[in-house]
Design a protein around this ligand. Sequence first.
Ligand SMILES: [Zn+2]
Ligand SMILES: [Zn+2]
Length: 206
Amino acid sequence: MSRRLTQYRGGGYDGCHWEWNFFMEIDGEHHDISGSYYYTVFHDIFSSGSYGISKASDKDKLNGRQYVYDLDNPDEVKDFVTESQPQLVLGVAKYIEENTDVDMKLTCPICEQEWCADEIMLHPHDYKGYGGTAIAHESYLCNECHGINSCAYCCEFYDPEYQESEAKYHEVDSIIDENGYCMNCWDHSPPVPIVPDPRQLALNLS
Ligand SMILES: [Zn+2]
Ligand SMILES: [Zn+2]
């Protein structure tokens, strides 16, 4: 049995634009009284434009410049995860995780832990616009780091490095307070309850 991911130049709308497209193939075997036969299930993960391949019979459109990754080889999976654009990796990894048992762990650059694609999101600020036509995200992060570094009130995400420099600039310990509210929302932040001194309480009761 073999499971392969193919990354190829799809797209091709008016003119010569192309973009990365992906399909996955899973080989299977079937045995019954009449014998055994082998088959391949084709998964169109993402196909676009006139070079897009949405079914196995369109594979003759491949122009020889595709990359094929063996999904059962952890080194090749790692190559794909580390060498390709984060937004593509994340989309493909989510698809593969949903449809196979292939482990596609992605490393969060903030906490440096490995997570399933399900627990990863694109970095909300870290992207590049290409001539206003497309936006390519440069990185992703785990949901947990996103939650910890987002304001509980306005939901704005603050990159840890940015938080540090802002805190220094405003001479505060942190731009996110004990309630998880960012500086812009401090007016709305509920007062932190003062925990009464138990000895004082005892005195009042007596
Ligand atoms: Zn993280
Ligand atoms: Zn806020």
